[in-house]
Design a binder for this molecule. Sequence first.
Ligand code: SF4
Length: 367
Amino acid sequence: MKINKGNSVFFSNVSARSWQDWHWQFKNRISQMRILEGCANTSAEDIAQLNKVTSIYPMAITPYYFSLIQQGDANDPIKAQSFPDYREIFPDKDAQEDPLEEDARMPVPKLVHRYPDRCLAIVTEICATYCRHCNRKRYWAATPKITLKKRLAPIIRYIEQSPQIREVIISGGDPLTLDDHVLESLLSSLRAIPHLEILRIGSRVPVVMPMRVTRELCRMLKRYRPLWFNTQFNHPREITSESGHACNMLLEAGIPVSNQAVLLKGVNDSPETMKSLNYGLQKISVRPYYLFHCDPVKGCEHFRTNVKAGLKMMETVWRQCSGLSLPQYVLDVPGSTGKIPLNTLSRAIKKELQKNQHFFDKFKQID
Ligand code: SF4
């Protein structure tokens, strides 16, 4: 595979071997604003402003993800997702740290149980790259000092004692920032629970640090199937030969890969970009599964569009794309109601159906 360090002069002296090593990528994450001075079109004044942001919401960008930024483009979609923005610290009064009320639905620390049949385990707060639009950014600066073993024990015990749970989503932070042996010990503990049928990993690693998906990792994950993998591509430029290769390795190990994008203003809120993202995903055999409306999270308001604009965009996409390349546009709400499919609320779609009475009658029955 061709090694692409993008247009980044910053890492030009790095050997191809280091570049391909995920430990090197992780260790060399860009976490200090001053490192960016002079290499990302950022003035000293901007840096000072942005240091204030990172004191609340830290910054980390893998060299790989950083290399995808087109230097000189102030509105670059990769930069927008990874580069601190002073608007993060001037939140809207309606924004909340935890709008989905996950923390209130933790029967034991770090285990979110919102639906009867499944739960979500936050196994780490650490990510390869911190996405500025993250709905769990409240955790970034407050990494608990507790060991992973101590964290996982009550989680495993709770799941063992809850026979109604058939699926566990291993999330974070990013669980693939953990080493293989740590992940394997977690997966084997979960697999030993007889009533647990499905394991799911939520990770953005294929997008931001694809070299983490190694042959050894895939061989290990394969042993714990049925295992599903959800990732988050938000822009077509994130679909590179490296990220495509990472997804392909997972697929070849028999692990289905789906995408959960987030609708982000200035990143993917145009029909052309959304279409190209979903076509691109289809080409690398990743299923466009959900498009989440951006949650009203403190520090993320500048990414939020309104639902009306989102529906308008999706109507264009809906008219032009095949079903296999269409994610379901959803709004996540607190509690056990969960994800509301927004497409079904679209008046234009209903109007479309009205043109054909036969189908409209059917639609009314399920409306
Ligand atoms: S990888 Fe996931 S948990 Fe981590 S910052 Fe990005 S969206 Fe948030």
